[in-house]
Design a binder for this molecule. Sequence first.
Ligand code: GUN
Ligand code: ZN
Length: 433
Amino acid sequence: MQLKPPYILRGHILSPIADADLGWRLLHEPEGALAVDHNGLIVWSGSAKDCPMTLLGWPIQDTSHLIFPGFIDSHIHYPQYHVRAAFGADLLDWLERYTFPEEARFHALDYARGVAHEFTETVLAHGVTTALTFSTSHTEAFLALTETAHRRGLSVITGITAMDRNAPDTVTRDLGYFREANAMAFAHLQHFPRLGYAITPRFALSCTEDLLDSCGTFVAAHPDIWVQSHVNENPDEIAMTQALFPSADSYVDVYARHGLLTPKTVLAHSLFSQDHELEQMAIAGTSVAHCPTSNTFLGSGLFRADRHLHADIGITLGSDIGGGTSYSPFATMAEAYKVGRLNGQSIAPDQLLYWHTLGSAQALKLDRVGTLTAGYWADFCLIDPTCSPLSEVRWNDRKDLLDGLFGLMFTLPESGGGVVATMTAGQTRWSQL
Ligand code: GUN
Ligand code: ZN
């Protein structure tokens, strides 16, 4: 399906929307309509029969598929496209044996361009329209990704990865290189309205105090930028961090002391955060990225959604490819449900959908994506619930909407995730049709 705005798309709409009383709720319009103007913005959404008269002259398109908001992958590593399914290692071993050798290849612009292309096509094919992604420490990797994402209409937030110790020379860069590359990369992104810059200290372990200071100074000078990193993922990583930063009260405190805990900071994992660390994140307005397929694959541990919710910390969902195993947002939501069960909880399917769409947008302070509401970008995907015999049976047997949504998480094929087309700013960017 090749869509070009303006148009009215009629179909079955399913989207979390903001709600003044409840925070958010699910918009469900089996006979819905979405009006997209020539700028690629949604100007109206709701039941087709209520479509305003003023829009009646617009071209109409019909779809038999479900219309979901584009998914937000709030923690992913684009250079780890070829690192998936690496056998038998936990975090630090996995980084050394599989991940650093692959990331070392990104100093070559042509190699980086090839992977940036594979990555961009793959995330779009899975219904993801915004990604907060790591790159590598090399300028070439950053440029390859941002030029590709811009050309293909994928919204990315990324930055030069800061790392100057505890890894091979092929993937670390000294403070001088980082300062220059970071400033250049930040300036470069100012020309692209749908790309954002994130200061990206890989994790405390890979950074000297001076490098973290430099990151914090840059954030202080540019308070609108994002910060992304990892925290409290693995017991060995935590013990080493404590040894390297003896004056910090905790792992979270290492980031706080360097000015890196902000309302636009997203820390991945947070599996072993103590109560006082949660409090410190909550006070700063920092969010966490829950990456369940990575946490189970690497055997890192189980995320406690209940503790983070109780501390009033924004939760987002991420694939964490290549520690994570699936590009499909439905597979990530299914795994988050299973992790919840191992903690004795049953996370509702609409809550999972919220975390992967509007909830992620709110946590990232992105006020134009994550929901199919007037004034937002027309970033959405079309999902075919009948794309496989298993999903078709489960969808047709649904007891109600939430039961149907829950069934999709466990029955849509992991590869492709039932996505038939993905649009950003109203334009088709990827389509099977
Ligand atoms: N901690 C530091 N780097 C990484 C990474 O690439 N993946 C994961 N899962 N954790 C990290
Ligand atoms: Zn990660």
